[in-house]
Each structure stands twice: as structure tokens, then as C-alpha cells.
Design a protein around this ligand. Structure first.
Ligand code: ZN
Length: 110
């Protein structure tokens, strides 16, 4: 299985309508959490679900909060920071021999 190419802080495009959440939800968002072991990501504002919470220090009342659900990493595509398109990525070595990701559309390394 391929290694997950998505890291925290990446901008991604959600390609599965089911994971996007309610109509009108954004199709792009920033990765808040990457979980390579489960191959899941949490994307800001995407796939909002209602969750009931118990009262605690920060929220005395408890109740229902909206929270991003983890979605399958295969349902998102990385948005290239250089050309701004959702793209597949390859890997290459940069000048220092470090592995970097390469945009398959414009060839930018990041
Ligand atoms: Zn690109």
C-alpha cells in the first residue's frame, strides 16, 4: 500500500461528495490532523458531524457540537501550493537529498 502523501497543514480537495458533509460545505480545506496508520485525515470545515458532549470545564452545559469527522485519505487530493490544482503527487529528492513531493501537473516540488 502506498504511503499517505498528505500531511497536517496541507490544502486538500475533497473528491467524494459523501464525505463533504451537508450541501454547501466547502470542497477544499486545510488538513488539521493526518492519521497515516488509519489512512484518514481531518479537514477543516469538511465532513461536519454533530456530536453530543458531556458537560466539562470548558463547556458547562454540554450538548451538541459540530465537529469535523475523519475522512478517508483516498477521498481527498492534495492541492498543489504552486499551481493551485488538485493533483496526484510523486516523490523526488531535493538538492539536499531529502524526499520531497512533486506535483504531477506542474512539476513543482514541495
Ligand atoms: Zn502544481
Amino acid at each position: 500500500m502506498n504511503k499517505m502523501n498528505i500531511k497536517k497543514g496541507d490544502l486538500v480537495q475533497v473528491i467524494s461528495g459523501k464525505d463533504r458533509g451537508p450541501a454547501g460545505s466547502p470542497t477544499q480545506g486545510k488538513v488539521m490532523r493526518a492519521m497515516p496508520a488509519e489512512r484518514k485525515v481531518v479537514v477543516e470545515g469538511v465532513g461536519m458531524v454533530k456530536k453530543s458532549v458531556k458537560p466539562n470545564g470548558a463547556n458547562q452545559q454540554g450538548g451538541i457540537v459540530q465537529q469535523e469527522a475523519a475522512i478517508d485519505a483516498s477521498n481527498v487530493m492534495l492541492v498543489c501550493p504552486s499551481c493551485g490544482k488538485a493533483t496526484r503527487v510523486g516523490h523526488a529528492k531535493d538538492d539536499e537529498g531529502k524526499t520531497v513531493r512533486v506535483c504531477k501537473k506542474c512539476g513543482a516540488k514541495f
